[in-house]
Design a protein around this ligand. Structure first.
Ligand code: OOB
Length: 550
């Protein structure tokens, strides 16, 4: 067993194998089979670059050999910070073939997140773009490397690397397979029960937690989503959200590439980028977050766009309100699937045969017959049918514990192994869930999760601040944005600009910055004396209504 991982109990493991959920194969092996079977078909389209399965397979093998030669193999962790690009696909499958474990960071992550995650996972390698959205990743790697001696390899996608770093393009053009036989890779194939990838949790407490997903469980998860969406070799999936997020990775990139379909990568999520791609590539599936869909529906270009190739628009990551859901059905077609899932595992979806009202109003039901769930009150008792409570779940692709987090696991999971999702749901008469709210303390900004505690801890270090609470405020497009309530020290002053400037100096991802500051005299408390975030959320929602913003 991989150190730091919590295994499924023997009984569950045996059952999941017996039922055929866990097939005992590695993701890399399944990828190889697809690449062979569909060799002539197109696999990935990235801008004007197009590769067939044959060429993708060769590139993955070549990169896997390079990784192995550099010791990027055998359970070592690799920080992935690449945007959606062909190189990210190649590097991902190359890692999986040699048993190196991608840690799915975002290009938007900055010093603070990368330093923490690289240290915490004891990462050995780091993949960056030279530059992304005008941010110099090479400069960040040059500076951070000193603090991260365990990072032995920095591989750069782009045209500029720093000292001691390697350009990905140089590796791809070095025909290592002429020196080292590709057959050497089979010795490095990881076991199916080993972690394939480290996903990151939304993180309701402080910094993100690390989610180890095994080859067995992740393949099963992708397979379920593949069957659900009807992925086949004639399909074309468009991925516009960051491709290593669990939803697009397990729901489009992996099932698409394991079915011989074509994956079209987009670097932006707006209609201007996405509509022409749908038309040109005859896209059949998209996975999107609600904020993207709302943006498309409000984009005048949609009336001129030909979206008739679409068969499935899977929307999840945050709550899709019924109004835009109906508009999708009316204005795009009968293509909507609501998906409610989590990087920890459980994935739910509406079914094409569900009545329209159910597709519009619910977030779907668990994909596996063996997903166990309960909806419980604060004491852990089942709530009566139809009432709201916290969803807890366990099953063949839901982790039993975060990586190296024994203390946190003691509260994040029940003693009998259910993951406490922190989501407040009710069971709709259709058998689907309705996500009604959440208990966990985070802001869901268009699907990107922000831990309130992480930001509060940073704000508390400001000399003018006595106390703070960060809460969500409603937003018509993103669903939620972060608002910081602050109590100042006597005589001190702070404005929004200064607060943001201060937080930027902490070098965190920009999407985590609060988007409004409210200075108050005292934080409201609950009957037991805890800060009442509900009172603050109500307060800011009322203010926004008064201001006519929402
Ligand atoms: C997906 O994964 P994560 O890990 O980024 O976030 C999980 C959390 C859930 O616990 C829930 O709070 C929220 O995101 N969420 C939704 C939702 N889908 C996710 N809340 C309301 N409605 C939905 N449809 O976001 C994710 C992973 C796999 C598939 C889809 C989404």
């Amino acid at each position: 067993m991989f150190e730091g991982m919590v295994p499924w109990p023997a009984e569950a493991t045996a059952r999941y194998k017996r039922c055929g959920y866990w097939k005992g194969t590695s993701i890399g092996r399944v990828f190889d089979e697809t690449a062979r079977r569909h060799a002539k078909r197109e696999a990935v389209v990235d801008g004007d670059r197009r590769v067939t399965y044959h060429d993708l397979g060769l590139a993955v093998d070549r990169m896997a050999l390079h990784f192995a030669e550099r010791g990027i193999s055998n359970g070592r962790r690799v920080i992935f910070q690449l945007p959606n690009c062909l190189e990210c696909v190649i590097a991902y499958f190359a890692c999986l073939k040699v048993g190196a474990i991608p840690v799915t960071c975002l290009p938007a992550h900055r010093y603070s997140e990368i330093e923490h995650l690289a240290r915490f996972t004891n990462a050995y390698a780091w993949l960056i773009p030279s530059e992304h959205r005008r941010f110099d990743h090479v400069a960040m790697a040059e500076e951070l490397r000193e603090a991260l001696p365990a990072i032995r390899e920095v591989l750069v996608v782009g045209d500029r690397a720093g000292d001691g770093m390697t350009l990905f393009s140089d590796m791809l053009s070095d025909l290592i397979e002429e020196r080292v036989s590709v057959s050497a890779l089979s010795r490095l194939e990881p076991e199916a029960g080993a972690p394939a990838v480290f996903q990151l949790s939304g993180g309701s407490t402080g910094l993100p937690k690390v989610i180890p997903r095994t080859h067995d469980d992740y393949l099963y998860n992708s397979g379920l989503l593949s069957t659900k969406s009807g992925y086949d070799a004639d399909g074309v999936a468009l991925v516009a959200v960051p491709m290593l997020h669990n939803f697009p990775l397990a729901g489009a990139v992996q099932p698409g590439l394991l079915a011989g379909a074509k994956i079209v990568l987009a670097s932006n999520t707006d209609g201007e980028t996405v509509f022409p791609l749908i038309e040109r590539e005859r896209v059949t599936w998209i996975c999107a977050v609600p904020a993207m869909v709302v943006g498309w529906l409000n984009d005048p270009r949609i009336s001129r766009a030909n979206l008739s190739s679409l068969k499935s628009l899977a929307v999840g990551g945050s709550r899709l309100n019924p109004q835009p859901a109906r508009r999708v059905l009316d204005e795009i077609g009968p293509v909507l699937t609501q998906v409610y899932g989590m990087a920890e595992g459980l994935c739910c979806a509406t079914h094409p045969d569900d009545p329209v009202d159910v597709i519009v109003e619910t977030q779907g039901r668990p994909l596996s017959a063996d997903d166990e769930f309960r909806i419980v009150d604060e004491e852990g008792r089942n709530v009566p049918p139809g009432e709201i409570g916290e969803l807890i779940t366990r099953g063949p692709y839901t982790i039993r514990g975060y990586y190296k987090a024994a203390d946190h696991n003691a509260t994040a999971f029940t003693p009998d192994g259910y993951y406490r999702t922190g989501d407040i749901v009710s069971l709709h008469r259709s058998g689907n869930f309705v996500v009604e709210g959440r208990r966990k303390d985070l802001i869901n900004r268009g699907g990107e999760k922000i831990s309130a505690e992480e930001i509060e801890n940073l704000i508390l270090t400001h000399p003018a601040v006595q106390n703070t609470a960060v809460v969500s405020m409603p937003d018509p497009v993103l669903g939620e944005r972060a608002c910081a309530y602050v109590v100042l020290r006597p005589g001190a002053a702070l404005d929004f600009q200064r607060l943001c400037g201060f937080l930027e100096e902490k070098r965190i991802a920009r999407f985590k910055l609060p988007e409004r500051l409210e200075v108050i005299n005292e934080l409201p408390t609950t009957a037991v004396g805890k800060i009442s975030k509900k009172a603050l959320r109500d307060d800011i929602a009322r203010k926004l209504v008064r201001e006519g913003g929402s």
